[in-house]
Design a protein around this ligand. Structure first.
Ligand SMILES: Nc1nc2c(c(=O)[nH]1)N[C@H]1C(S)=C(S)[C@@H](COP(=O)(O)OP(=O)(O)OC[C@H]3O[C@@H](n4cnc5c(=O)[nH]c(N)nc54)[C@H](O)[C@@H]3O)O[C@H]1N2
Ligand SMILES: Nc1nc2c(c(=O)[nH]1)N[C@H]1C(S)=C(S)[C@@H](COP(=O)(O)OP(=O)(O)OC[C@H]3O[C@@H](n4cnc5c(=O)[nH]c(N)nc54)[C@H](O)[C@@H]3O)O[C@H]1N2
Ligand code: SF4
Ligand SMILES: [Mo]
Length: 689
């Protein structure tokens, strides 16, 4: 019996923990801590400890599957057969009729390969991934203000700060090992503020919980800025030397409507609590870190929410300094990397803009092709789904890698209609999912434990995946599959990689942030980008001297007004619904629900409601109820808890048998096009006996 320990990084959240996979006779059988992990220092959360169990699941895809048109059933196929069907069909569609979704579950190399495949082989600008559903407002918002869409600081800064302002982030469940770093600051005396409509496990750790209504963050942040200005706390020198637009911002936030009294009424928060926040922001000026996540981004005002956070930190001069910054906890393991790789409809790798003709020429020349799609933005995920639903004559073919939209996109009934409408659908996954049901061809990918590669965590740290076991059956590395399709379609010369490292080396040649990173250099604690040259140590804190990504090196302040969500409560739908994650499961549940230990702790969905609301509807704890909205309804067990604000319900979205997304709203932010998962109007009724 041979036992091996293979050091790799976690495939779940953007914290990016390191651990050892224990391999016995070629099979993964456990996870053991790795003490030198720079983020987690040997500790792990339940997903890190138990989340490997899916790897050995009997349900893993082991061969390609082709749908038999006559019976509608899948049949196992050889790679030759599957590639022939895929290549023949892909070749039928014009670039506008085809779209791809890449995957934040997959390594940088797979994402680089996917956007290259889309742009060279399919010649389509329509490439996107799940950042759209998640932190696209962070990328767009921080890019507008600071000229870079990434988190400004590092987890190390969260451990040394004097004040943590956590807003719309339930990191005790969603990023537990980043939460641990924040608790190191708390232990040293830092103040902890949590702004969340729910009393989450994270809020329970706070010294101050601001329990505002969903969708009222700009009101709150503008109110803080009004007070910071009126009380003379603005870092005048920072604002004068390093920003534009201060007067415009000032005129906006000084309006009476952003007074503490009015904000207290709109947000549903006592004025004393707002005063307490202000006291701490002043006391800890130049040593306050803001941390945000989806409670901020998944709104029709998501981009403006993010910009407002950036503005508060800018006025206070809390940018470019240790223990400060705007810290976005990126969700999926590699969502930062998927963005960096250009798996987006508006940028190529390294954030070169598709609307910049010079950028398009540079990338085309690097790839050795005459031209790549440029000038116009590709379709974003919500537009892809809308087009499939409403104009199936315009979008006819999709290639999805590691994405399960039937569970994870809003208004799932319509998503299913869109998938049904799609003339030719290829899904590349590690399991059959709710989405593969609609596929014409399913391609079996390898999972993180079966591949070498790199991924990039929420603090821009590029780290390694290391292969620990062989992929099951005939399944292959995701980039290898794209290479095979490209070869079959006559584009093999552009995909001549032999190893994952070859893909990485090609990528870094066109991605300035990664140019100095090599696999050899990643052998230590990973490297935080930007890393421009091979002797550069990486960059833990951005914007120290200037905002290098802005045309004049200065941050851009603007006027932003508070606006209500797209759908507001009324007599028919009188309750706000907010949705999100639970510690035990991963978004669409395909992996964690196949881990016995995790599934045991959270076997199905629930609907959180306040005891006062429960009494109003005469609902008992654990009773099955019908939650409904203008989109649809879902049967779910009630969980009565004082942890949620009166008039607000919460439901996790991971569960296929009780899908929160049957009721959520498709309205999206006009800039980032991120759906408003965090607010919609609902009602509830008892189940008919
Ligand atoms: N265990 C586990 N971990 C995960 C995930 C998972 O599915 N399971 N998913 C990963 C992914 S992809 C992501 S993107 C992240 C998500 O990580 P988080 O964003 O931390 O998790 P969520 O539960 O989506 O939402 C965070 C909080 O926002 C609050 N909220 C709702 N509306 C508002 C609002 O209007 N304003 C404010 N300020 N707060 C509001 C919710 O009550 C919730 O507690 O987690 C990652 N980590
Ligand atoms: N109501 C509501 N809905 C939400 C959210 C919310 O807060 N509320 N959050 C949203 C957020 S933040 C996100 S990020 C999305 C996530 O939505 P998705 O990305 O759709 O969800 P996942 O379950 O993470 O994974 C997608 C698929 O990747 C597959 N996969 C895993 N590893 C690999 C691999 O190595 N190769 C391949 N080819 N496939 C692989 C999995 O089996 C799974 O089917 O959901 C969003 N949906
Ligand atoms: S905190 Fe995130 S990266 Fe760390 S073990 Fe848990 S899921 Fe994995
Ligand atoms: Mo996410």
């Amino acid at each position: 019996m041979e036992i091996k320990y293979v050091t790799t990084t976690c495939p779940y959240c953007g914290a990016g923990c390191t651990f050892n996979l224990v391999v016995k006779d070629g099979k993964i059988c456990d996870v053991q801590p790795c003490q030198r992990g720079p983020v987690n220092e040997g500790k792990l959360c339940p997903k890190g400890i138990y989340g490997w169990e899916f790897i050995n699941s009997e349900d893993r895809l082991t061969t390609p599957l082709i749908k038999d048109k006559a019976t509608g059933k899948f049949k196992s196929a050889t790679w030759d057969e599957a590639l022939a069907v895929v290549a023949e069909n892909f070749a039928k569609y014009s670039p506008d009729e085809i779209a791809v979704i890449s995957s934040a579950r997959c390594c940088n190399e797979d994402n680089y390969a996917m956007q290259k495949f889309a742009r060279i082989v399919l010649k389509t600008p329509n490439v996107d991934h799940c950042a759209r559903l998640c932190h696209a407002p962070t990328v767009a918002g921080l890019n507008m203000v600071f000229g870079s869409g990434a988190s400004t600081n590092s987890f190390d800064d969260l451990a040394i700060t004097d004040c943590l302002f956590i807003i719309g982030s339930n990191n005790f469940e969603a990023h537990p090992l980043a939460a641990r770093r924040m608790m190191q600051a708390k232990a040293k005396g830092a103040h902890v503020i949590v702004c969340d409509p729910r009393m989450t496990p994270t809020a329970k750790q706070a010294h101050l919980h601001i329990q505002h209504y969903p969708g009222t963050d700009i009101q709150l942040l503008n109110c803080l800025m009004k007070q910071i200005i009126e009380r003379g706390w603005v870092d005048e020198e920072f604002v004068k030397n390093r920003t534009n637009g201060y007067d415009e911002l000032k005129a906006c936030v000084l309006q009476d409507k952003y007074s503490i009294e009015n904000t207290s009424a709109i947000c549903g928060v006592p004025a004393e609590k707002i005063e307490q926040v202000l006291t701490w922001l002043r006391e800890c000026q130049h040593k306050t870190a803001f941390v945000h996540c989806l409670g901020i981004t998944q709104h029709t005002v998501g981009v403006d929410n993010v910009r407002s956070i950036a503005f508060v930190q800018t006025l206070l001069g809390n940018i470019g300094k240790p223990g400060c910054g705007v810290n976005a906890l990126r969700g999926q393991n590699n969502v930062q990397g998927s963005c960096d790789m250009g798996a987006l409809p508006n940028v190529y790798a390294g954030y070169l803009k598709v609307t910049d003709p010079d950028a398009a020429k540079k990338v085309a020349a690097y790839w050795g092709v005459p031209e790549i799609p440029n000038g116009k933005l590709g379709l974003h995920i919500p537009e892809m789904l809308e087009t499939l639903e409403e104009h199936p004559d315009k979008l006819k073919c999709m290639y999805l890698m590691g994405e399960n939209p039937v569970i994870s996109d809003p208004d799932s009934k319509n998503v299913e209609k869109g998938m049904e409408n799609c003339e030719f659908l290829v899904v590349q996954d590690i399991f059959e999912t709710e989405t593969t049901r609609y596929a014409d061809v399913v391609l079996p990918g390898a999972c993180y434990a079966e591949e070498d590669g790199t991924q990039t965590n929420a603090e821009r740290r590029v780290q390694r995946f290391r292969k620990a076991a062989d992929a099951p059956g005939e399944s292959k590395l995701d980039w290898e599959i794209m290479k095979m399709i490209a070869e079959k379609m006559g584009y093999g010369q552009y995909f001549q990689w032999q190893t994952t490292e070859d893909v990485f080396n090609e990528m870094r040649g066109i991605t300035p942030q990664y140019s100095g990173i090599t696999y050899a250099k990643l052998e230590g604690d990973g490297i935080q980008w930007p890393c421009p040259t091979e002797d550069h140590p990486g960059t833990p804190i951005l914007h120290i001297e200037k905002f290098a990504g802005m045309p004049d090196g200065k941050a851009k302040l603007e006027a932003i007004e508070h606006r209500a969500p797209a759908e507001v409560i009324d007599a028919e739908y009188p309750v706000w619904l907010t949705t999100g994650a639970t510690i035990w499961h991963w978004p669409s549940g395909s992996m964690t629900r196949r881990c016995e230990q995790l599934d045991r702790d959270a076997p199905t969905a629930w609907l959180e409601m306040n005891p006062i609301d429960a009494a109003k509807y005469n609902i008992k704890d654990d009773e099955k109820v019908i939650l409904y909205s203008r989109r649809g309804e879902v049967a779910v067990n009630a969980r009565i808890t004082p942890n949620i604000k009166e008039g607000v319900f919460f439901m996790p979205f991971h569960f296929t048998e009780a899908r929160a997304n049957l009721v959520t709203n498709t309205a999206y932010d006009p800039v980032s096009r991120t759906p408003e998962f965090k607010v919609c109007a609902v009602n509830v009724k008892k189940m008919e006996a």
